[in-house]
Design a protein around this ligand. Sequence first.
Ligand SMILES: Nc1nc2c(ncn2[C@@H]2O[C@H](COP(=O)(O)OP(=O)(O)OP(=O)(O)O)[C@@H](O)[C@H]2O)c(=O)[nH]1
Length: 321
Amino acid sequence: MRVWAALRAAGTAPGAFRERFEFGGRDVASWFPRHMAKGLRQMRLALRRADCLVEVHDRRHIPLSGRNPALQEALGIRPHVLVLNKVDLADPRRQPVLEQLRQQGCSHVVFTDCQRDVNVKKVVPMVARLVADGPRYHRAESSEHNILVIGVPNVGKSSLINSLRRLHLKKGKATAVGGEPGITKAVLSRIQVCEKPLMYLVDTPGVLPPRLGDVETGMKLALCGAIRDHLVGEDIMADYLLYTLNKQQQFRYVQRYGLAQPCDHIEPLLKHVALSQGRTQKVKVLTGTGNVNMMMLNYPAAAYEFLRDFRAGRLGRVTLD
Ligand SMILES: Nc1nc2c(ncn2[C@@H]2O[C@H](COP(=O)(O)OP(=O)(O)OP(=O)(O)O)[C@@H](O)[C@H]2O)c(=O)[nH]1
C-alpha cells in the first residue's frame, strides 16, 4: 500500500515517518545542525541592532510552516515585512488569505520572484516607511536603516539581498546563493542594498525550530528544500510529492515521464522517471556462462530527479499548504 495512503488511513504516521520526524524526546542536536544553533544565538544578538525585520518565506508553503518561535518573539517588538518569495513556482489559483496572515502578525506583505527581480523594488519603500513611522530604537540621530533578513533555509534570503543590490545599486552578488539548505552558515556583516535611503541588510542562516510539530509540516519543508533530503529520505519525499500532486490534480508529470495516465503508486512512477530521464545503471551479473552486463533502473536517482523537477517548477506550479 502507498505509504501516504497508509498514513491517511491510520490517521497517524507509519513507523518510518515517526523515526525521521518526531524529534520530541530525542536528542535535538542529532538533527538540529550546529550551525543553526549558533546562527540562532547570533541572530538574537543582531536583532538588538535591527531597525526592522524582513522575514522571507517560500510562497509555496503558507501558512508559514516551520516558522521559528524564537524569532516570532521578536516580531512584536520590531517593524516587520513578510516577503513571500518564489511566486513563480507557486500555484496562482491558491492565493494566501491576507486576513490569516494579518492574524499571524504579518500586515506588510510583498510577493516576489528574486531570480527575476519581480516586485523586489517594493521592499525598500515599505521598510523605509515602517521605520520612519515607528520609534527609532538606536541611533535616533542616524539616517541609516539596519535590517535583519530572517527565514527558514533555502527560501531565498540571500537571493533577495542580491536582487536588491542589483536593482538599487547596480551591483553584483554580495552573498552566496545555492539550491541546498544551509548555504549561509553565519550571520554576515552588513550589506548595503540602497543609497537613498541608506539601507543595510544583514543576511542570516536559515533556522528551523528544533521541533517541527507534525509530519506534514516537515514533509512540506523538505520538499521545498529547507531540510536536507538525506535526513528525510528521497524515497519517502517522492511518495509524499506524488500524493500532493494527485490531491491537487496537478498531472503534468504524466506527460513529462511518458505515463498513460495519472498513477497512485510511487514505484511505477519512478520506473517511468528512470526510463525517460536515463536514470539507469550498468551492473555485472554472474550467470552460468560468465559475467553479463545488465541495465538496472536506479530508483534512488529517479526519486531525486522527481524532486528536482518539482523544485524547478517542471511539474507545474504547486502550493503545498
Ligand atoms: N524559482 C525561484 N528560485 C529562487 C527564487 N529565489 C531564490 N531562488 C533559488 O532558491 C535557492 C535558495 O536561494 P538562497 O538565496 O540561497 O536561499 P537562502 O534562504 O539564503 O538559503 P540558506 O542560506 O540555506 O538559508 C537558490 O537555488 C535560488 O536560486 C525565486 O524567486 N524563484
